[in-house]
Design a protein around this ligand. Sequence first.
Ligand SMILES: [Zn+2]
Length: 232
Amino acid sequence: MTKYHPDTRFLTDYSAGSLPESQALCVAAHLHYCPACRTKVSELTQVGSEIFLSQEREEVSEDCFDRIMAKLSDLPATDTQSESSTSASLAATGQVIEPEPAKDKYVNDLPRAIQKLTGGSIEKMRWRKIGKSFRYSDINMGDDKRETSLLHIKAGGNVPKHQHGGDEITVILKGSFSDQEDHYHVGDYIVRTSGEMHTPVASQDEDCLCLATLDAPIVMNNWFYRLLAPLF
Ligand SMILES: [Zn+2]
């Protein structure tokens, strides 16, 4: 089902714990939906720890998923049931299981880190609207080089046409969208590089929820949004 995956560089850096946290959150979200990449990450982690142990007899540092969850620990905790294999192995190492608040059905099958961000309901988050069908909610990952957000596009609606000043990673969490290049589904990990212009449109039958992180602010091409941009 998932067609677009993080490349080997992303998976290797994720396994080594050297990806910036905002990008690691995107990889962790993809891993929730993609057994093939989960297998690759566990193989890479295994290889990495063997190399590490053969060099120094020290404790292996906490893994990337642990780091992300620690980052999000100030936010209200949510469910711990639907975990990736990465987090399942963490549970086995004695990770503290947090209390479970009430949550709506919509967030039930989202990746665990995203569930935590939503506090159990996406409507509890602070959203900013752009146009009739698009809104976003900023996520503070403590990374001043990147902006990380949840994006919500109403069924049939679109993200205003924009150009990227930097690289953008988008992971689809719910629904699907299309742009000039392809149609993308839940779990897809889409990388857009600087200078590319696109107008994602959500499918008609379902709202689309995405996680996105970008290196530099996007440039809205419509004059109206350009005028409004400083307000956001
Ligand atoms: Zn994958």
